[in-house]
Design a protein around this ligand. Structure first.
Ligand code: NAP
Length: 252
């Protein structure tokens, strides 16, 4: 197993995707919307549930990730605007950690767009990753809700810094990245993805711009693909496949 850079937590990406890599039906439709989620799930064969359960158990047993990382795109669509957005420059917000819990649900929300309903329970605390550009009104709202944040980066969240600080300041050893293609793509371009568990389901979605599990910035003009080593693969009895890969070269 290739170790991550010293002191940074291992980042394990998990996803459930169509054969064409799509993870939802359209860019303007969130799986959290019950009618969208229902249509997505109705298209998946019955073997997915068991494969996902076994995959999750494997990741848990092997790495004990204490952070699940998502992007704001799982909660709001691209056109969502922060109600707290203000003109202005960068601010020196301090971090805010009003509570700890055995696990963290960490979400990148540098633009302060998500209106939170779930803020955690005894087992898991919501942690929002923000930056110096994040609207102060949003942070005031998080404070009211008892939700913590880490300030990492200036104009947007610096993911390398965020992952590193989760290790050094929260004692996190492994992060499970379970978000969409935007945050996953940014993690990969920053060379932060160590391992992937992809459950591929035998459906096609198509559509230019429909989120895949890895979007983000294109390769540099002289860039080369990130090489993977297959660690294992398990087939369900209805055509779904869980494949476990390890990154053998940095994803930058
Ligand atoms: N099938 C599945 O298992 C699955 C899982 C998760 C999501 N989904 C679906 O996927 C869709 C969401 O995917 P998405 O790609 O639109 O959203 P996303 O993955 O959440 O991507 C947007 C997030 O990435 C951050 N980001 C993007 N580039 C960055 C960079 N260079 N540096 C730092 N942060 C960066 C953004 O930060 P800011 O917020 O700070 O701008 C934002 O938080 C939704 O429809 C959701 O339902 C499906």
């Amino acid at each position: 197993m290739t170790p991550p850079a010293p002191s940074r937590p291992r980042v394990v990406l998990t996803t459930t995707a169509a054969v064409d890599g799509r993870i939802t039906l359209r860019r303007d439709q969130l799986l959290l919307d019950p009618s969208v989620g229902e249509r997505w799930r109705a298209a998946l064969p019955a073997d997915v549930e068991g494969l996902v359960r076994r995959r999750d158990a494997r990741v848990e047993a092997q790495h004990h990730p204490t952070v699940t990382l998502e992007g704001s795109g799982s909660f709001v669509t691209d056109d969502a605007v922060s109600p707290w957005a203000v003109e202005g420059g960068l601010r020196d917000h301090p971090d805010h950690l009003p509570r700890t819990a055995p696990r963290w649900f960490a979400v990148v929300d540098g633009r302060g767009r998500v209106g939170w309903t779930f803020t955690g329970d005894d087992e898991t605390a919501l942690l929002v990753l923000v930056c110096r550009r994040t609207p102060p009104g949003y942070l005031a709202r998080l404070r009211e809700l008892g939700v913590g944040w880490l300030v990492c980066g200036d104009d947007r969240v610096d993911l390398a810094r965020a992952v590193g600080r989760m290790g050094t300041e929260l004692g996190v050893r492994a992060v499970r990245a379970d978000g969409g293609g935007g945050v996953n793509g940014a993690l990969m371009r920053a060379g932060l993805v160590d391992e992937l568990h992809v459950v591929t389901v035998p459906v096609l979605v198509g559509g230019l711009g429909t989120p895949t599990f890895l979007d983000g910035e294109p390769l540099e003009p002289d860039g080369v693909p990130v090489r993977l080593r297959v660690v294992g693969a398990e087939h369900g009895d209805a055509g779904s496949v869980w494949t476990h890969y390890e990154v053998v070269e940095g994803g930058t």
